[in-house]
Design a protein around this ligand. Structure first.
Ligand code: XMP
Length: 486
């Protein structure tokens, strides 16, 4: 047995000492940061892989704002793949696999397909997959009733405006404008379909200049995976459809099976970005870094819905956990980022986590109340609220039991729910409107924080940071006090 002499500190235990600043405007600072070894995002904020926080809508909104969402893993693989695909299609300058239909399909079939997939047009192909035309909802709606087949209603190849692979966004915009059209099929030299550019797609980069994009101009998105049998197959399927990173979702990441999984993933997918965790110690971070992780996720029990520390007695206050893990990564000799996961309740907590050495933060419950989080708001005691639940809560365990049973009989979570020992709770959080507004406040706070830190960017914030430990009186003084809030 050993007792560590130093105190464990968390966000509210400290403040940052203001530093001399040459920053005249908050717009001058750079909020971009590495998420993993090879991926940089424009705001250092990640939405948590929880089933009440991140699915498609949240992932799209996060990436559009410059951060990223990690889609949780508590769904069958095909649904997980579909969600990643939807994010990837949301803002590609060119959609790679647009919806297509054959010449001989009926107009009714075309209409159904457009409605089912929520698109306004389909590319018409012959049996050799050569493009023969395009059919849009407008064609369907205006078609005389005796025109039954797609070939009779579509805009045929002779009148179709098309582009060649390699067309730039500006060239595409000019063509769409010149011909006053909404859709521009991109054709290979042999006339087969390469992709589709829509007017919405060329406008989005202008609307979201900060968006986190991959090398093909698509929104970035991550996906969580577990360590049980079959998860390597899930990983392969997710990477195949373009997931930018995989996040190993394990409560206690400093464990043999987690280290083994990192090695297995690294061996099978040498180029993949793999986030490993969660850990809260120098040794844990070092060993996962040595096993080949591309980033380390830190946090044992700081989350608002976590009861791990109460139930097991284990955990490290989050600020100390971040500092220790950063040291552990550095001991490994690898230059990979740390993600501070859990316990972020205020913009100032983000600034403190970054100043302590994390490169990004992961947020759960603060985002669970937004419009983009899964689930609808409900009224509780006259207030609009949304539900958030710990992924180790009883409700979450019961909810996913059927899915896991179906997929993997050996899954350790598939025991009778009566025997589950929860390490998380289910709760409600106030409804907060769109995530964009919440992010605006958080990023605004971060920009101000960088300016108080005399830092033009997050690296400089870390280099100059000086924390001071405060007392309960200091905490009291830090909030609004001695006034009646209205
Ligand atoms: P916040 O504070 O942002 O934390 O809501 C989100 C993080 O909490 C972790 N998490 C859990 N931890 N029991 C735990 O001990 C749980 O049931 C649980 N569910 C989520 C997770 O790391 C998440 O990102």
């Amino acid at each position: 047995m050993k007792i560590r002499a130093a105190k464990g500190l968390t966000f509210d235990d400290v403040l940052l000492i203001p530093q001399r600043s040459s920053i005249a405007s908050r717009q001058q600072v750079d909020t971009s940061s590495p998420l993993t070894e090879n991926i940089r995002i424009n705001i250092p904020i990640v939405s948590a892989n929880m089933d009440t926080v991140t699915e498609t809508a949240m992932a799209i909104a996060m990436a559009n704002a410059g951060g990223i969402g990690i889609i949780h893993r508590f769904m069958p693989v095909d649904m997980h793949v579909k969600q990643i695909k939807l994010v990837k299609r949301a803002q590609a300058v060119m959609v790679e696999n647009p919806y297509v239909i054959s010449l001989d399909a009926t107009v009714v079939q075309a209409c159904e397909m457009m409605k089912r997939n929520d698109v306004g047009g389909l590319i018409v192909l012959d049996e050799s997959r050569v493009v023969m035309g395009i059919i849009t909802m407008r064609d369907v709606n205006l078609a005389p009733s005796d025109r039954e087949f797609v070939r009779q209603v579509m805009t045929g190849r002779d009148r179709l405006i098309t582009a060649k692979p390699g067309i730039t966004v500006d060239e595409a915009r000019a063509l769409l404008y010149e011909h006053r059209i909404e859709k521009l099929p991109v054709l290979n030299a042999d006339g087969t379909l390469k992709g589709l550019i829509t007017s919405q797609d060329v406008l989005k980069p202008v609307q979201n200049p900060f968006a986190a994009l991959d090398e093909k101009g698509r929104l970035r998105v991550g996906a969580a995976i577990g360590v049980t049998r079959g998860e390597l197959d899930r990983a392969a399927a997710l990477l195949e459809v373009g997931a930018d990173l995989l996040v190993l979702d394990i409560a206690h990441g400093h464990a043999d099976h987690c280290i083994k999984m990192v090695r297995a993933l690294r061996q099978q997918f040498p180029q993949a970005q793999i986030v490993a965790g969660n850990v809260a110690s120098r040794e844990g971070a070092r060993e996962l870094a040595e096993a080949g992780a591309s980033a380390i996720k830190v946090g044992i029990g700081p989350g608002s819905i976590c009861t791990t520390r109460i139930v097991t007695g284990f955990g490290v206050p989050q600020l100390t956990a971040i500092m220790d893990s950063v040291e552990g990564v550095s001991e490994s000799g690898r230059d990979i980022p740390v993600i501070a996961d859990g316990g972020i309740q205020k913009a100032g907590d983000i600034v403190k986590a970054l100043a302590a050495g994390a490169q990004t933060v992961m947020i759960g419950s603060m985002f669970a109340g937004t419009e983009e989080a899964p689930g609808s708001p409900v009224i509780r005691d006259g207030q609009k609220v949304k539900v958030v639940r710990g992924m180790a809560s009883l409700a979450a365990a019961m909810g996913r039991r059927a899915i896991e049973r179906g997929q993997d009989e050996s899954a350790e979570d598939s025991e009778d729910w009566m025997k589950v020992v929860p390490e998380g709770v289910e709760a409600v959080v106030p409804y907060r409107g769109n995530i964009g507004e919440v992010l605006h406040q958080l990023v605004g706070g971060l920009r101000s924080g960088l300016s108080y830190g005399g830092a033009h960017n997050i690296k400089e914030l870390q280099e100059k940071a000086e924390f001071i430990e405060i007392t309960a009186a200091g905490i009291f003084e830090s909030g609004s006090h001695d006034v009646k809030r209205i």
